[in-house]
Design a protein around this ligand. Sequence first.
Ligand SMILES: C[S@@+](CC[C@H](N)C(=O)[O-])C[C@H]1O[C@@H](n2cnc3c(N)ncnc32)[C@H](O)[C@@H]1O
Length: 497
Amino acid sequence: MSQRPTRPRSATPPRARGRSGDAARLAAYTVLRSVAAGGYANLELPKELRRRHLRGRDAAFATELTYGACRLCGFYDPVIALAADRPLERLDEAVLDTLRLGAHQLLGMRVPAHAAADETVALARQVNGAGAAGLVNAVMRRISEADRETWLARVVPTEPLTARLAVEQSHPEWIVKALRQALIGHGASTAGTVDEDLERLLAADNAAPELHLVARPGLIEVEELVRAVESTAATAAAHPHVPTAVVLDHGDPGAIAAIRDGRAAVQDAGSQVVAAALVATPRTGPGHAPGGRERWLDLCAGPGGKAGLLAALAVRHDADLVANEVAPHRATLVEQTLAAAIEAARGSASRIEVRTGDGRRIGAEEPAAYDRILVDAPCTGLGALRRRPEARWRRTTADLAALGTLQRELLGGALPALAPGGILAYATCSPHLAETTFVIADVLKKHPNVQQIDARAAVADVTTGWTEDLGPGPGVQLWPHIHGTDGMFFALLRREG
Ligand SMILES: C[S@@+](CC[C@H](N)C(=O)[O-])C[C@H]1O[C@@H](n2cnc3c(N)ncnc32)[C@H](O)[C@@H]1O
């Protein structure tokens, strides 16, 4: 990693620090074990922090430890194998997790070497047994004999570049290659700049993302949300480019009343731009519902992030919104997310409705019924790797084939549901070319009455100053290392006849 995370100082008094450090390490270890069993770090960690009453800087320490060990094991694992003088397959998986936590303290955080080694050995004794603790002790002492740069020089292959970056920036090599192709394919890099850009992109995947909130228009304004955040002793500022977004500097979003009651939510600024751009793009002709009102559809709405913003905007524009989701439990989450907007819609002309159904059938079931449609398709999530520390190790190239079929079926199924003159936004939180431009090109071939329009104009309309770095169009690809958002892609399509 080019940016080395700093160790948060503990809020715990020195006498008790040993115990809280143990609790933080134990929490991190427990989460890594849950991840190994198929869990998700971003869901398991909050549970562990609550269970062990870890707050403030101790919670931050546990978080950095968990996320760092999980993200960076592509670098730590070869270090551990070399230090243990055996292939990884000959290490017990649970012991390997303990060693990953130890390696991150030594090579990725500023924990003093003796504390990192002693605490990791103590953890091993507690969770892996006395026999394993001896091995952990030997490996930790060996790793602590050299610094990060020395270990990088020992384990990172010098070429090809993608193999070097795969270890140095801890990503599977197929993802490194795919992101390289995506940087060029979306016009963010040239052959001359791509290697440097790729390194910055991969490093951004290894850093904690800024926390963005959305102030749902009509329910709360940005200034009011900033004041509400500050009343909880956290700090926040309006996002410099996205008018509905607030950047939370630190603090617990759950402590903010406006988030608890649904007037605001945690939402990446890039996602906010997609929803706003769909609404801001002029359709040709009036909305076709009675009185020229518009009908909007969010085809794949779960868990409801973009639908939450669309619903607030629908009330403001006197439009109706259907939020559809195939998985019943995710449709329930959409209902919860939309509750505040549904309440606000009661006194307005808008109707907000949540449905459960297979979006692939919508065109056949409701031809030409919607003026605006969002298809936020299931995808590999390669644009949001910084949020899901284990995702890069779980995804495979086989996922691309299955998702590619579903993406084409959802988009192809949605287009006939678009009224003439209506606008459809196809979005993914992946920049992979097979999930973005290739899907659009394939589907457009089958729908000659649909045109792709330049999404950059819509971004310029709904943001302040985001007119550069949007690539050559007509699709827009946002990037963590350029825009500080998730790697959202979106294309805007208009049905002409
Ligand atoms: C990328 S997520 C959508 C995220 C959402 N727009 C948000 O901002 O919170 C894709 C969603 O599509 C749903 N999905 C998958 N297949 C579907 C189908 N055939 N019809 C409708 N929804 C589907 C998934 O269950 C998942 O909730």
